[in-house]
Each structure stands twice: as C-alpha cells, then as structure tokens.
Design a protein. Structure first.
Length: 131
C-alpha cells in the first residue's frame, strides 16, 4: 500500500509580512520508508512552531509536536515522529518508518507573542490564509 502525504506549500501571513514554507510539497511513500518534512518561517523572529496532521479517513486535525524555541520540542501524540529545531526559523518533522496510519495532510504553523509594556491594549490585525 502506498502512502500519500500532502503539505501546505506556502502560506503568507499579513502579520509582519512573514511567510511559512513546507517542503517537499507532496510525497508518496511505502510503509516502512523514512520521511523528513521541512518547515521554514521567514520574517517572524523566533516564533512558536507547530506540526499538525489531518487524517485522510476521519479528517481530524491533530497537533503532533510544537517548539517554543531552538532545540526545544514537545511531543503530543505520535511517538515514532521526532522533530528538530536547530534554528529559530526551521522546524523539521521526521520518522524512520512511516506507517499506514500516518497518511494525511501535514501542516506546519507558527505563532508569535507580542509584549506591550505601556499604553493601550495591542490589537493584532486579523488575517486568514487559504489551506
């Protein structure tokens, strides 16, 4: 059985003119194959970064791993997946042996926290991206 993994290729965010890019754009693998998925964020400082998977059968969006900073990752669900964050802008998801149950669409995302010391509350602009 072949596995099909799809990715969001790039997604511009209006905030800070930051962009997020995943590579490769898609993969077709056999169970047991190794896989490495890359994610790069530009113009966002050192954001918190996330990897999600949307299953092809149940369509549920599941948070797999996240990273607050360089060399720091938190795993939630799939223990056979590991992540590396060696720079502030790159977050790689990998596994040595992909399984049938790993089929789905994989999304990398980022978020940024702002601090305001004085003055009125800070309101970030609303923006959306097509998935």
């Amino acid at each position: 059985m072949l596995l099909l993994l799809l990715f969001l290729i790039s997604c511009p965010y209006c905030q800070f003119q930051a962009t997020i890019t995943q590579s490769p754009p898609f993969l077709i693998l056999r169970p047991g194959d190794p896989v490495s998925l890359g994610c790069t964020v530009s113009n966002a400082g050192v954001p918190t970064m996330y990897w999600y998977r949307q299953g092809i059968r149940d369509r549920t969006l599941t948070l797999l791993l996240w990273s607050v900073t360089v060399n720091s990752t938190q795993e939630l669900t799939l223990t056979h997946f590991k992540a590396d964050r060696k720079t502030g802008s790159d977050f790689t998801l990998r596994t040595e042996k992909i399984m049938d149950s790993d089929s789905g669409v994989y999304y990398c995302a980022w978020s940024s926290t702002e601090e305001q010391v004085e003055g009125a509350p800070l309101q970030k602009p609303l923006c959306s991206s097509a998935l």
